[in-house]
Design a protein around this ligand. Sequence first.
Ligand SMILES: C[S@@+](CC[C@H](N)C(=O)[O-])C[C@H]1O[C@@H](n2cnc3c(N)ncnc32)[C@H](O)[C@@H]1O
Length: 197
Amino acid sequence: MGMSDTALFMGQLLRRPHQIVALAPSAPGLCAEMTRELDPARGPVLELGAGTGNITQAILASGIAPEACHSIEMNPEFCDRLRARFPGLNLHQMSAGECGALPLRNVQAVISGLPLLSMPIGLQRAILGGALRLLAPGGEFVQFTYGPKPPLARAVREELGLTWRESAKIWWNMPPARVYRFARTQSCRMDARTHRG
Ligand SMILES: C[S@@+](CC[C@H](N)C(=O)[O-])C[C@H]1O[C@@H](n2cnc3c(N)ncnc32)[C@H](O)[C@@H]1O
């Protein structure tokens, strides 16, 4: 019999604690909140840090077709598990810092299970900058956190002109968590267009 997702997660947590930074895979209530606003009619979804696939499962359960779901995971053991669990998924075994290089456009939402706040600020900047390049206008970067503050360095939020919405606390998760939805303000989107043009 194969190893359970929880056993695989715990084993990798012991080997690579700084990459995982969570006590257990996300619980169903948190996965549901992360994916609540997805719409199969609105284009592809990009997932960052898929782990053993609990949030991936919720993305697919929301009606997103496997071919419209792109998941990035850098841990090779987790990638083996994801390939076995979701045969049609577009799995990219790479660092989320390179996500801007993916050949994707008009992504409706980026769903991130990354330990973003514990990453160096340069990596946070690369991840958000890449994600914003792929997002459709009005698209959101969805990120959970266990802590009391927005899960993205203030400097990066300010540089990119991000605003956010915050969910109620999800108690049935270990530890309890909150979901943040970051988006670019309209004026910053216009600035970005001006600079590009
Ligand atoms: C907190 S776990 C979340 C796993 C899963 N999404 C969940 O919610 O149960 C963080 C995941 O991000 C992955 N990760 C960490 N840094 C990464 C990076 N730079 N690029 C891609 N994946 C990364 C880890 O390997 C791990 O699978």
